[in-house]
Design a protein around this ligand. Structure first.
Ligand code: PMV
Length: 327
């Protein structure tokens, strides 16, 4: 944790009186990744771990992530700035805020499809807003998306929306985010299977495939959109078996889009072999994480099987009361 960081949330720290800190959480995508970039809906489930950021006023903007190298903007021309510092400047411009010294720390792996960069963006936007004491409606989401777009180019906004709001969410590019009604508790386990690929490159790869085969990819995108609509009904009815089947079909379509890997496929198979109701990759694919929908019986069996082959695991839950928690 950076010096002066306050784990308690967005309050001024004791040892660095001028620092203000804030947090935001990661997410998994239950269904709908990639299609969401083209306007279809997707469903996200917020984690309760993510990122923490602390900021204070400074002559020029600086940013550190985790225990990494300190990046300073004053001694480099803008075009050569490290990408994260460029993203911070976009975030500050969006908030019309002056330069800050920013220190951040991540509690989830970066580049694994768990929304780490969006969590950083939302935590930074919250901290900067708290520091300047102003909050225009929608400004946190806009600033975090300005940050996220520096990394991802054409981000749909689902990661930043999930980081800002948490819980189980319905998201479309046009309509934004709304909480979903759950008929029963939702138990999802997450395995970090292999290093993730760049979201930007995976989104570009799908765009290229779409340019070459607009009809075929259009059919896949429409089919994914249909699954997401059906999943909303299944979630509201508490129909876990149906939801699991929809996730499985979504994974088959992601395989068709070319974004799964043999490692992700194997991790899905392992979970299904232990009684998971559904399993799929989550996020951009090309590596990263797999999620499995489990019940009381299959939860331990899936986690044990994944841990035996060396995967790090997380859990995400949400209940009819709209709460979510990471185990
Ligand atoms: O950032 P990731 O890896 O969780 O991917 C986000 C989901 C995509 O649909 C692939 C991209 C997007 O911006 O929606």
């Amino acid at each position: 944790m950076p010096a002066g960081f306050d784990r308690a949330g967005s309050t001024r720290t004791l040892d660095h009186a001028a620092f203000v800190s804030a947090r935001a959480n990661g997410k998994v995508i239950l269904l709908g990744e990639h299609a969401v970039v083209y306007g279809s809906p997707a469903i996200a489930l917020g984690l309760t771990s993510g990122a923490e950021a602390c900021v204070r006023h400074a002559e020029c903007s600086t940013l550190s992530i985790g225990t990494g190298e300190r990046l300073t903007s004053s001694d480099r021309p803008v075009g050569e700035e490290p990408v994260a510092l460029r993203a911070l400047r976009e975030l500050l411009a969006s908030l019309d805020a002056p330069p800050v010294e920013a220190k951040t720390v991540l509690a989830i792996p970066a580049g694994a499809g768990l929304g780490a960069s969006a969590a950083l963006g939302v935590a930074l936007a919250r901290a900067v807003t708290a520091l300047s004491g102003s909050l225009a409606a929608g400004s946190i989401g806009r600033a975090a998306l300005a940050w996220e777009n520096v990394f991802h180019g054409n981000a749909s906004g689902i990661d930043t929306a999930a980081a800002e709001h948490g819980g189980c969410l319905w998201f479309t590019r046009q309509g934004g985010v709304s909480p979903l009604r759950l008929g029963s508790s939702l138990q999802v386990v997450v395995a970090l299977v292999e290093p993730g690929a760049s979201t930007r490159l995976m989104v570009e790869a799908v765009a290229e495939r779409r340019r070459q085969d607009p009809e075929g990819v259009g059919r896949v995108m429409a089919a994914i959109a249909g699954l997401v609509e059906a999943a909303r009904q299944a979630l509201a009815a508490g129909a876990s078996g149906e939801l699991g089947s929809l996730m499985l079909r979504n994974q088959e379509l992601l395989v068709e889009l070319g974004v799964s890997t043999p490692g992700l496929d194997r991790a899905c198979g392992l979970a299904l072999g232990q009684g998971a109701l559904g399993a799929k990759l989550t996020g951009a694919g090309g590596g990263g994480c797999v999620i499995a929908l489990v019940d009381g019986e299959s939860r331990t069996r899936v986690l044990d099987a994944w841990q035996r082959v060396g995967f790090s695991c997380l859990e995400a839950k949400a209940g009819p009361d709209a709460s979510s928690a990471l185990g």
